[in-house]
Ligand binder design. Sequence first.
Ligand SMILES: [Zn+2]
Ligand SMILES: [Zn+2]
Length: 979
Amino acid sequence: MGARAGLSASRCQEPRYQNGFDCQGLWVEVEVEKTLGFNSKREIESFGLERFSLACRDRVLHFAEVQTEQSRRLGQWMDWPRSYFTMSDANIEYNWHFLKHCHGRGWLYRGHRPMPWCARCGTSISQHEMLDAYAELTHESVTVALPLLDRADHCLLVWTTTPWTLPANVAVAVNPELDYAECAQAGIVYYLATSLVGRYPALGQPRRTVKGAELVGLRYVGPFDDLPVQRGVQHRVVAWQEVSAEEGTGLVHIAPGCGLEDFELSRRHGLPVIAPVTDDGRYFDGFGVLSETRALDAAATIAGLLKERHVLFARAPYRHRYPTCWRCAEELIFRVADEWFIDATEIRSLARAANEGVTWRPGHMQLRMDDWLANMGDWCISRKRYWGLPLPFYPCGCGRLTVIGSRRELRELAIDPGAADAVPELHRPWLDDVLIRCPECAQPVRRVSEVGDCWLDAGIVPFSTLGYLEDRQQWERWFPADFIVEAVGQLRGWFYALLFMSTALEGQSPYRTVLAHERVLASDGREMHKSWGNAIWLDDALEKMGPDVIRHMFASQAITEPMRFGFEGARDVKRRFLTFWNVYGLFVTYANLDRPALLGPDSVPTHSAPLDQWLLSRLQATIAEVREAFDTYQVRRAVAAVDAFIHDDLSNWYVRRRRREFWKAILDDEKQAAFQVLYHVLVRVCQLLAPVMPFVTEHVYQNLVPAVFPSAPISLHLTSFPEPDAALVRPDLEASVEAARRVLSVGLAARNAARLKVRQPLGRALLVAPPDTARDARLFERDVLEELNVERLETVASLDDQIVVTAELDIRDTSTLPPNTVPALRAALAARAGKAVRDSLLATGHVTLPVGDIEIALGWGDLKITVEGRDGFAAAADRDVTVALDTTMTPELRRKALARHLVHQIQMMRKEARLNVEDRIRISVDADREATEAIEEQSVYICAETLAVELRHGSPPPGWMARETDIEEAHISVAVARA
Ligand SMILES: [Zn+2]
Ligand SMILES: [Zn+2]
């Protein structure tokens, strides 16, 4: 993750900047096949393996370049020329080492068993590749009547959703414990599970019921006994505890060549195994008219053949979830094949123990991994394909299996060492021609043709890239990795392969912390699909959103929720970031005007106003929070902390309260200090955001720092990550601002409730608050008064005469209450004075109300307390803070209101005239006598606020910008001109 690497760099840790590319496996082959217009292994073989391998390599190299370029544009910080490629000989040799190790431990074996198989790709698919590749498919289901040999006119009813497997039938399984019914129809007796009789209405009522055990051993006529492959097969009923009566007939058709469970049953009962299809999914010779037919297209033909044989009892379409190929989406079949496996028995316990020590984010993933490990089967590592890790297995006719662990070993055992040397790369077809001499019997031995599961390539990386075999000390320095991140789906992919292989080799996890995030969806909440028009290509996103915004979207995404990636989300990020940009712009504007003597971005002034000290204190808290969040890989928390600092502290309070300070004409000590503080804070925020938004923060830094201090680090990304400075932490000031802002927000709520515009000055605000809140708020009283636009703030003992209190029931969750208590509570509440209810809450935190014989205690969260003003007061409260605003209008307040409105009008005119912030102006006003007097009285204020050097009276001079306006019942014409 770029954010993490950038962060580690700026914190003087020593990250590894090695990127890597997965280069081998079905996903590359299938794409190359598409490009070449192929759709089968036959086409690849006639094209030639050498050309095919070279085409795969070219594709990998091409897309590695594309991805490198895209990653760079995204700001991913890597030592790109040092990227590893899993198709390299080095990576392959490491996998050979791993496989030889497994062989040495007795874990490697060749198995002959049915595997999930993609007929298009011509290869088996392993358990972990299947889990996310299911589709809703409709198949033809058939119910077949199989006549019993031992009981004339008696038939077994068998149901299957894979009719293509029926020609390979050798047995029928029943559950010996289950009840089976004998049902007659047209002189024939049918057997099926009693509980499923209702599914076949034509059968009528059961004549009698027998236990499945009674059917075991009965012989029957198979559905395709006439096929050559069925010759000599004795079909019989076998017992199987797993047979359920939930679907079909409760009698299960068994074809050991077409299913793993069937296969295991065949071993237990000594049943023959008929493998019906070739590796491209067509019936072998010996299947009559079916031979050469694709198994997946055979359902209708099979049904027709069953009908001809008078054994088709019923047929119907059947919809179910069915596995498909993760690469080409072809539906899978099960097919008996010879495959190579790593026995998971010993590794399972090692891996589960290692997983215990891993920190997972989110935490519940640990259990999911444990569950997967507890249930994983042996790892099928072989693929009958071309472009991949060539399995270094050389099985000799004498029974000896040689597993080659390195290129050197290959040369030593090769019959012709020169041929081994001549292999240009460790891939098919070149390697296939190197024969070795069997160390046991000296016979020449050829490599098996299979290649390895591509997850081996991904899983070996903690060894192959860190010098495990060449420089153990170096490897030990880096292993295990501190942190890895991928999508949750990688639980059974990359996360699993890494853990499996590392515990197999070293008995420990290769990672300490794993972050598993949810998927990325389109903005409409669906998967992105080219054909749905909701996909966004990376180049497009980079162009229109920009890398910083994209990175911010991902960094601020909750990892447990699927991300909705779209332009709307990007606009939100931009909108939020604009706040910082505006603060930066404000600083640059005024700094250019005032030219303050800045001390360097790391310095803070020794003396500054409480507001500046407060901002620095908030900055320290933010730095501490961000560091803690990054250290624990909670990028979202870090982003949220910076975001909150920018909006709540920097923009909505500090800059809001400081803006006039910066605007005032003179550069005094206080303003000088404020410049230094804001400068320091802007650079710190850039440093905090640098891992997430590396480009825009660098841009700001370049303008703020090297341009002013040429000796400073030439890049933001070469500066150290900020550390909190305990000397700048001021809990007292933080408490004061918090108290002041709380009083202010209650005061503004009171204004709001009474619909009093903020521009209307008021005489006084009365405050009731706990003593420490009232005291704390006093330090920033001037800010409260200005923001609230009142003349005085008076702390009083009680506001009982100025406010009215009402209390309403506001219980969101009534499930914990006894039934029907809500109406009684409402009645009890109505009988109490609102003030009494609030006083009780203020005193004790709760209020008790009688309901029948019991009393129920309610807290603040259960009640809606409303405070309103009366008799010339506007009021509001937030729990223990109450503010009442005196709304009495005096002539003096009216005059002030008029002045404020006038200032507002002039400010808008300044903007309209596109005056620079520092431009001085002249003002001319024309109004009636009363308004003119008011303006005259307030002229100092008006001129200061608008940077006016002159305020004159009379009609607008020619050439000035003039506007007519109605202010406080007075009609005024205002004109302004640059001074
Ligand atoms: Zn496939
Ligand atoms: Zn041998």
